[in-house]
Write a protein that binds this ligand. Structure first.
Ligand SMILES: [Zn+2]
Length: 326
């Protein structure tokens, strides 16, 4: 069943829900709830306490009970910075997810929000971060680890397979497959109608992860960001990644910089995706791979944001031209 893409809790089956946050852009992630009032597990929390509280209030109202377990699909703040609001819950994730959770302190994002508008990278990010409040967040990492070979759980009679598919979007990517319900929660291995951004990982592993999601055959796939889809969503993102990697390789051999390559890549069918300027991060990932750097080489976020801002302006101009042509 495909629920409408509207903010709030939607039922996917008898004991399976998703909480969606349109438009699915920066920081607006999706979560999952499995179980009922006697035994419930949450897949991911949100970017700040207010957004997480809103979801927990909806769950209390519409489902009730206590959430005893939380699975973090990966370490990014928009999937884990609300963990502290479930005191006493068992937090489950990959070991690398737990290790990386402290790599970006929430205070750093709050400071970025407070920087003057004259700092170009801050200006670009600030608009997207406006709706979030990063004060009071206490990083609460997983203490139960999903091994590389995966972990099987049962929640209120529902079978869960926690599958490790990293390093793809991050080093600690875990997806949650409910084989009897035909549902998969993918975390940010899958973005829908939104350009992806990745941290530690490789194109090869990310593409393989998307193909393994499609191969599960589940009709209902809840992406980390964007509307609920089916296997076609995973395959579409795979095609985007393969295309960007191939274009980057071609432009790399011509000596084009990351900025030039990002501007020259014709996004074609992907041009209307949200956050299309994230192409910069994907080109940079390809370039790092082509230079033979390790999969977890640090990403120079500040400089890439400055380039992304220029690319965003170019994409907006192109969209306006397309609009005029219609
Ligand atoms: Zn996310």
């Amino acid at each position: 069943m495909r629920p409408a893409f509207a903010t709030g809790l939607a039922r996917l089956s008898d004991k399976v829900f998703t909480y969606l946050q349109p438009d699915g852009g920066l920081g607006l992630s999706n979560a999952g709830l499995i179980g009922s009032r006697d035994d419930a597990l949450l897949v991911d929390t949100f970017f700040d306490l207010a957004h997480t509280r809103r979801m927990l209030d909806a769950i209390a109202r519409e489902v009730g009970g206590t959430i005893g377990r939380v699975v973090n699909t990966h370490h990014n703040g928009d999937h884990s910075w609300g963990n502290q609001l479930l005191p006493g819950a068992e937090i489950i994730g990959h070991r690398r997810c737990a290790e990386l959770m402290r790599s970006l302190p929430p205070e750093a994002l709050q400071r970025l929000k407070d920087l003057p508008g004259t700092v170009p990278a801050a200006r670009a990010l600030r608009a997207g971060l406006e709706r979030f409040d990063f004060r009071g967040i206490e990083i609460t990492p997983p203490t139960t680890f999903v091994p590389d070979k995966g972990l099987s759980l049962e929640v209120d009679g529902v079978r869960l397979e926690l599958l490790y598919v990293g390093p793809a979007h991050t080093a600690g990517d875990v997806i949650v497959h409910l084989p009897d319900e035909g549902v998969v929660f993918t975390g940010d291995v899958l973005f829908r109608n939104c350009a992806p951004i990745g941290w530690e990982g490789t194109f090869t592993r990310w593409i393989a992860a998307l193909e393994s999601i499609a191969a599960l055959g589940a009709p209902t796939i809840v992406p980390g960001h964007g509307p609920v889809c089916g296997p076609e969503g995973a395959l579409e993102l795979r095609d985007y990644l393969a295309y960007v990697r191939a274009e980057s390789e071609r432009l790399f051999t011509t000596g084009a910089s990351v900025e030039e390559a990002s501007l020259r890549t014709d996004l074609g069918p992907y041009a209307d995706w949200l956050e299309s300027e994230r192409i910069v991060f994907n080109v940079d990932r390809a370039y790092r791979e082509l230079r033979g750097e390790p999969y977890d080489a640090p990403v120079d976020f500040g400089s890439l944001m400055v380039i992304a801002q220029k690319v965003r302006a170019a994409h907006e101009e192109a969209a306006a031209r397309r609009g005029r042509a219609h």
